[in-house]
Design a binder for this molecule. Sequence first.
Ligand code: ADP
Ligand code: ZN
Length: 611
Amino acid sequence: MTANPKQVLREVFGYDAFRGPQAAIVEHVCAGGSALVLMPTGGGKSLCYQIPALCRPGTAVVVSPLIALMQDQVGALRQAGVRAAALHSAESSDAAAATWRELQAGQLDLLYVSPERLLGGDLIERLAALPLALFAIDEAHCVSQWGHDFRPEYLQLAVLAERFAAVPRIALTATADPRTRAEIVARLSLDKAATFIASFDRPNIRYLLRDKSEPKRQLLEFLATQRGHSGIVYARSRKRVEDIAAALKDAGHDALPYHAGLSAQRRSAALERFRLGSGVIVVATIAFGMGIDKPDVRFVAHVDLPKSLEAYYQETGRAGRDGLPAIAWMVHGSGDVPPLRRFIDDSDAEPAQKRIEHGRLEALIGFAEASSCRRRILLSYLGEADGSDCGNCDVCLEPNQGVDVTEPARKALSAVYRTGGRFGAAHLVDVLLGGETARIRSLGHDQLGVHGIGKELDRGQWRSLFRQLTARGYLLAAADGHGGLQFGDDALVRPLLRGESRLEIRLPAAAKDRRAAAAVGGGGGGATVAATTDNADPGLLAALKAWRLEQARQQGLPPYVVFHDRTLIAIAECRPTALEDLAGLTGIGRAKLASYGEAVLAVVGSQTAPA
Ligand code: ADP
Ligand code: ZN
């Protein structure tokens, strides 16, 4: 089959345009060139070899280190109508025999294999007799002895260059480190290959760093804004992982612990739940890493500092592979640093290596304590200098250091006083903003002088002000545990109310400014993802998600293999009534239109449009 890459992109994958260097890579490999591709997680590496695989004659052989990754890729390709199969140790011998027959009959576009399977037995000999489109070596950094994903079998992949000199090879990795890059080139004989480097920026990830005070409470507050979303919480030790997972479960989250101390069985069960479910939170040590290709991870939270800025980048990079807004949230405090320093000192690494590790840790601390744009620091560390602030990190979004909040604070205290010191922040903010809820009316709070006097701040800012007034002792949560706020320390409250003292604190930016600043949306508060789903009908979106989950269940696939969130959002936005309308949407190629088109239209038809 010879086809045009652009056409394959639209008809098979349902996308209209290539991203970043994809077009150049695809063109180069289609023409028979070899390539080294460095692209961040979520950058779209798979299409770089899948499209040439479909455009060139013969079968493409894809080497992949993890069975779960292969299964997802093959599942997704088959959904798109591509003839793909995998050979690995978890496949039955019957299935392997069937795959082999298809391969020999020229009926496979892509064959995924584990390195063991490719290099053991006589597979290489057998492949030599067949027409091959290309070899793709995924997660190519596994060949590097420096990284912690080193896989000895990868070293033997050097044989591909010798045995298949005429077949293009494309090696792909999300590791940007120059040393790793050099090692890949040397070990896979790619010195004549073209190198393609994409920007390592992840614009849809919002970096939010917080001063650590009570990490568990802070985490729970953050997670309250993420209900129903899948995410990962990283903590330093097994004990802490267990402890935090238990606290999250108590708070009603669907949370699972994951660390190297658990049996292999429990770990793979956790991974499976995470992959197939939605709204599952994995609380993990760094043992939870490669192999998480779930595209709809909406947040990665750190309750302890990771060990370097690279580690932070890789760990947070697991969020938002689908390009939709995602959050990298971290609490950090000076107490995190000494144990990390000791950990390096106590290791049995060479002194030179220890110095490197200390340097990496310093870079991370600098990043955490900086008062300039987080993304700029991160990118300049990765070797990408760019002159502008990102507008999508805490420093850019919450720049107002210490504004004078004396007046709003007095209003907040008055609201507490006038309502009798029995109500929580949510109600008090409603009163200050002039809310007309049934509760406010039945309590007569719309008759109070404080009703509606607080329009200068928005809800998020008021909530932050109440939290900070409580943290500083101006207010006190009532002992009955119902969240009612009372006056705190008299020595603080009285002078403030009398106008004898002033108060300066840091407030979050107003929500409307935040939205304007963040081109890609995604809030630190409750408005996450909403920014991009603004035009989608929520009832229809929910119905489409329910339909997708059922489809996925019936076929034993992760939901995103059926359709990505982005596609469902597009459907809920434009409410298509005919197959032609569906065909133009992102992520809907020919095969998916044929298998799901009518069913999707039926879901749309069953949900009447909002008034
Ligand atoms: P990586 O392997 O680099 O982490 P993937 O290949 O899994 O990334 O791609 C990440 C996501 O981006 C996938 O959901 C994929 O379908 C999507 N994607 C890739 N290329 C494009 C494109 N050109 N247009 C739209 N979506 C794309
Ligand atoms: Zn920024």
